[in-house]
Design a protein around this ligand. Structure first.
Ligand code: ADP
Length: 446
């Protein structure tokens, strides 16, 4: 097994990876910016290296600095975590070229799935159903018009290099299309450095249902069920649950089998998540994330399987340690993303944590790097904690979640805990009756 892993990330996810390593007897190297010198991931790691100033482009995205840190500490593998360089194929390749193992899939898989147009083409070839739309980039108003006539309005213009819920534009009629395409192209160029955009049918009431898969280098691929991530604000997930309240067993097995067959055919190795929109009994592929997912803990709670441990083992060359048939999906699990934001207007709320008390008890897990006295820096993602709860039924899980939310004390900054407290008593949520537009349109009325 690896002896030392460099964790090229920060916050709760760096801690999550450190914990798996510690339990596996693997030493850890934390990297950090000058803003994170006192961060928990640095304090808990066996060794730490400062890789630059606060802006992520100078530190957590600084490939030469991260490689130097791996060299001077004698790490034998690099775990990219979530975000930052985790879906950067060039990084994966450079890491391997320098003799370290990249804990993730092959660079070519990251490359294809990182370009949403290439990803959709690959998905179609692999037998995965997609949202109807253009079969490549859309350059002109005429081309866009022809595609839109075929699939029907409203349509969604998406950036090929988009991510994080950014770079999408809904267009309701043909007159707006030419202008919208030009705008979307220049915005995509500015935000992602790539101009290419494509068109999809804009679905009116879809749920976001994603399938967790795991592959190894021996040809084994399994799926670990689905996660329903429909509760979103600005296309960003706020609360996730598994199993999806919308799926029946037959649909679950069907989409799991499609995902496994596709990944086996493509030779995918590592953790990955295939994201679908589910509407009127049909699944439509939207993208694949070739990395560990923020919401992975709900799958772990449901199955009892340590996904990060498996990911590290398969990167080392070991086979998956269990079979598809041996997985037991038990009960129900929900994750609340706790962001350091005002619950009223979602403005970021960095600052010093004056008090901290995390909930506990049966079926409650908190993944967070917070502690009393810690200063949440303003430079990074606002996610500061994940509250993950398991119950034997959805109802028990929700009651436990509410109890845990009431116990959570994070003093000194604003968080969206109050939003979750309200959300988890909303009748539509209790009935499992929501789609990707519900949180904004019905609950927040924005
Ligand atoms: P990103 O990579 O930026 O996260 P995705 O393609 O994964 O973008 O989509 C994010 C979210 O945007 C989806 O979960 C869904 O809420 C919404 N979305 C994406 N495509 C469509 C579509 N064709 N129709 C309706 N909503 C969509």
């Amino acid at each position: 097994m690896f002896e030392k892993i460099l964790i090229a990330n920060r916050g709760d996810i760096a801690l999550r990876i450190h914990r798996a390593c510690r339990e596996m007897g693997i030493k850890t190297v934390a990297v950090h910016s000058t803003a994170d010198s006192a961060a928990m991931h640095v304090r808990l790691a066996d060794e730490s290296v400062c890789i630059g100033p606060p802006p992520a482009r100078d530190s957590y995205l600084n490939i030469p600095a991260i490689l130097s840190a791996a060299m001077v500490t004698g790490a034998d593998a690099v775990h990219p975590g979530v975000g930052f360089l985790s879906e950067n194929a060039t990084f994966a390749q450079i890491v391997e070229e320098h003799g370290f193992k990249f804990i993730g899939p092959k660079p070519e898989h990251i490359q294809i799935m990182g370009d949403k147009i290439a990803a959709k083409k690959a998905a179609i070839k692999l037998g995965i159903p997609c949202v109807p739309g253009s079969d490549g980039p859309v350059e002109t108003a005429e081309h866009a018009g022809a595609v839109a006539r075929e699939i029907g309005f409203p349509v969604l213009i998406k950036a090929a290099a988009g991510g994080g819920g950014r770079g999408m534009k809904v267009v309701y009629d043909a007159n707006e299309l030419g202008h919208a395409i030009n705008m979307a192209k220049s915005e995509a160029k500015a935000a992602f450095g790539v101009e290419a955009v494509y068109i999809e049918r804009y679905l009116g009431k879809p749920r976001h249902v994603e399938v967790q898969i795991l592959g190894d280098c021996h040809g084994n691929v399994v799926h670990l069920g689905e996660r329903d991530c429909s509760l979103q604000r600005r296309h960003q997930k706020i609360l996730e649950e598994t199993p999806s309240p919308a799926l029946n067993a037959a649909e679950r097995n069907k989409i799991g089998a499609i995902a496994v067959a596709a990944m086996r055919k493509s030779g995918y190795q590592s953790l990955g998540t295939i994201e679908f929109l589910y509407e009127d009994g049909a699944f439509h592929f939207i993208e694949m994330n070739t990395r560990l997912q923020v919401e992975h803990p709900i799958t772990e709670m449901l199955t009892g399987i340590d996904l990060v441990r498996e990911q590290i083992q398969v990167a080392y060359g070991a086979p998956i340690s269990f079979t598809q048939d041996s997985i037991k999906f038990q009960g129900h699990a929900i994750e609340c993303r706790i962001n350091a934001e005002s619950p009223a207007n979602f403005h970021p709320s960095p600052g010093k944590i004056t008090e901290y008390h995390a909930p506990g008890g049966l079926g409650v897990r908190v993944d967070s790097a917070l502690y009393a006295g810690y200063e949440v820096p303003p430079h990074y993602d606002s996610l500061v904690a994940k509250l993950v709860v398991h119950g034997s039924s959805r109802n028990e899980c929700i009651l436990r979640l509410r109890r845990a939310l009431d116990e959570f004390v994070i003093g000194g900054i604003d968080t969206i805990v109050p939003l979750h407290q309200e959300l988890t008593t909303a009748p539509d949520f209790l009935n499992g009756d929501y789609d990707v537009h519900w949180l904004e349109k019905v609950f927040l009325r924005t």
